[in-house]
Design a protein around this ligand. Structure first.
Ligand code: NAD
Length: 340
């Protein structure tokens, strides 16, 4: 057996969950679900100004208005004192706080390494001596870099990331693996494939394209429009995250203590197809400015989710043709309050 004894838990024993990055896009949806399930939630988030802080404040206000058991610790995941404070009494940790996004990581690689790696290790350090607490890490499909074999499987090589962001996520997974090996906590690393839905980060393609088309402005389209992505609606991601928190580690299979899961829609959409769908949902024309491919971008992502299906019961339920109109409806209702 590798590492220390593997811990096994009953479903739903994680009644008090720490969510780092809970004020952000995915985190705020996740917290809402956890609170609605009757769990206590502590958020650790520093409301980083990567995009408009008012959006994160709105997310928090919305969570507070649910009137459930929510505690907010405003602080940095690299600050051991804040992390200790946030960890008090929790029975599960879901770590989503990060500097996200591929392109900005080319401009600020050192900050990305600092937050995404030192922050992750600081959280893990604070879990030492609490082997019963499971740790769920928000990783990324960007880890697969320029891999040509599709769909991407968790056992495929991921040694050639093409952006600092992807490299920090790969390094984060390694920190998690080492921590599990040494201390036995159940760990799940979740490779999210481009997540979208209400409250999506304003700089992400779907949100940005929707805004530009709506305002009659040109869309910068990098490449010939044939690059493709596996898009995942945020409610599907949340289901996968919660299932991985609650998953039972099999005491007869020590390797199950550490698991990597792809969470994706398991379908691909070209960039051109995405723009067409957004324009059609808005009932407006897309004006396209074609530009060269950007360094750091990958040509395609496509998730093999068979492991998550088998072990987490994960299945994406919102296909892109439903998800884009849902996003556009949300955009219309919130226009003006969600701009970066
Ligand atoms: N959105 C996607 O498509 C996607 C895809 C793959 C992976 N991910 C990962 O999922 C996670 C959530 O992504 P998101 O899209 O919700 O991003 P987000 O930027 O909306 O959320 C991240 C949150 O982390 C917080 N944060 C940043 N630095 C921090 C620090 N030093 N200390 C404490 N809090 C800090 C931010 O304030 C923010 O609220 C990230 O780890 C991201 O890398 C997202």
């Amino acid at each position: 057996m590798e590492g220390r004894e593997v811990n096994s838990f009953a479903m739903n024993s994680k009644e008090h969950v720490l969510v780092t990055g809970g004020a952000g896009f995915i985190g705020s949806h996740l917290c809402e679900t956890l609170l609605e399930q009757g769990r206590s939630v502590t958020i650790l988030d520093n409301l980083d100004p990567f995009y408009d802080v008012a959006i994160k404040e709105q997310n928090l206000a919305r969570l507070q208005s649910l009137g459930k058991d929510l505690r907010m610790v405003r602080g940095d995941i690299r600050d051991p004192d804040k992390v200790r404070e946030a960890m008090e009494g929790v029975s599960g940790v879901i770590h989503l706080a990060a500097l996200a996004g591929v392109r900005p990581s080319l401009e600020r690689p050192t900050e990305y390494w600092s937050v995404n790696l030192v922050g992750t290790q600081t959280l893990l350090d604070a879990l030492k001596g609490r082997p019963e607490v499971p740790f769920v890490f928000g990783s990324s499909s960007s880890i697969y870099g320029g891999n040509e074999k599709v769909p991407f499987h968790e056992e495929d090589p991921v040694d050639e990331p093409v952006s600092p962001y992807a490299a920090t996520k790969k390094a984060g997974e390694l920190c998690c693996r080492v921590f599990h090996h040494l201390y036995g906590n159940p760990v799940s690393c979740l490779r999210f494939f481009t997540v979208y839905g209400p409250r999506q980060r304003p700089e992400m393609a779907i949100h940005k394209f929707t805004r530009l088309i709506d305002e009659g402005k040109k869309i910068p389209m990098f490449g010939d429009g044939e690059s493709s992505r596996d898009y995942t609606f945020v409610s599907d991601i949340v289901k996968g995250v919660v299932a991985s928190l609650d998953r039972r580690v099999d005491p007869g299979d020590p390797s199950s203590g550490f698991r990597i899961y792809n969470l994706g829609g398991s379908a691909t959409t070209t960039l051109k197809g995405l723009i067409d769908r957004i324009a059609s949902a808005l009932g407006k024309e897309a004006l396209i400015e074609q530009l060269p491919m950007q360094p750091g971008d990958v040509l395609r992502t496509f998730a093999d989710v068979s492991r998550a299906e088998k072990e987490l019961g994960f299945q994406a339920e919102v296909p892109i043709d439903q998800g884009i109109p849902l996003f556009v409806d949300w955009y219309r209702e919130n226009k003006g309050r969600t701009q970066a």
